[in-house]
Design a protein around this ligand. Sequence first.
Ligand SMILES: [Zn+2]
Length: 280
Amino acid sequence: MNGLLSGLGLGDLENVDIFADPSKKPEEQEAAQKHVVQEKDFLYDKALVCPVCDAKFVNKIMKTGKAKLLGTDRDLRPVHEGIDTQKYDVLLCPQCGYAALSRFFTQVTSTQAKFIREQITGKVQLHEYKGETYSYEDAIERYKLALANAVVKRGKNSEKAYICLKSAWIFRGYAKQLEEENSQANADKIKEAQQMEEIHMQNAYKGFMEASQTESFPMCGMDEMTIDYLLAVMALRYKEYDTASKLVAAIITSPTANARTKDKARDLKDDILAEMKKNK
Ligand SMILES: [Zn+2]
C-alpha cells in the first residue's frame, strides 16, 4: 500500500505514520502501536514456604483472571491467549526438590515429607529457572518432578493421573510451539513431543479409571460427571467405543449433570458414532 507521502522521492519518510510522536524512538512507537502483551505480563513471583523443608522461595505464578480463555480442547485442556497457563501449575522447592501441582502443594503429611526427604532431597538434580517465564523444557522438568514426588509420597491415583493429564497437555502445547517455530527443522522434536503426550495420556486414562472406581468425588477439583466425560474422551481416543458410549450415556441421562456437561457429552456421542462408522 502506498503511504500518504509516497511518490515524492523522500525515502523512509514516504511510509511514515504521520501522527506518530516524534519525541519517541522508533522502537517505542512500534511497541506502543502493537501493544503486545507478553507472557511475562501474566506472571508474578509468589513467595512460598516449603511444607517439606520450611525453606522460603519464589515461583512464577499466573496472575488471577488476567489471561483470556479462548476455549478448551476436547479433553478440557484450556487454551488462553498469549500464554499456556499449564506451564505454571507446578510449584517446586529449589532447596529440597519437593514439587506438586499447586492445588496439592500444601497437602503433605509428615510421613510423606519424610519419604520425600529420604528419596528426593540430596539425590535429585535441580536446575535454576532464570528466565522471566518458564519454557516448555522447564515446565516438562517441573511436571516430571511433581510426578516423581507423587510416586515417592504414595499419592492417590487421581493425583498421579492428573499430573499425567496435565503433562500430556504440556507436550501438546510444546509440539504446537515447535510447529509454529519451524515444523520442518523441528520434525524430530515434534514427533517426540507427540509420543510423550501419548504416553502421559495413556497413564492418565489408566489412573483416572482406577481412581473413579476406588476414590470419592470430587477428584482434583472435578466432579464425577466431569471425570466421566474425561474418561469418555480418552476411551474414544483409544478406540474403546463400548466404554466411551456407556460413560457418555450415563452423563446424558444423569439427573445431576449440568447442561454444559450434557451438551459436551452429546457432541462427544456424535463423534463416537462417527468414528465407529468410519472404523467398521
Ligand atoms: Zn523444600
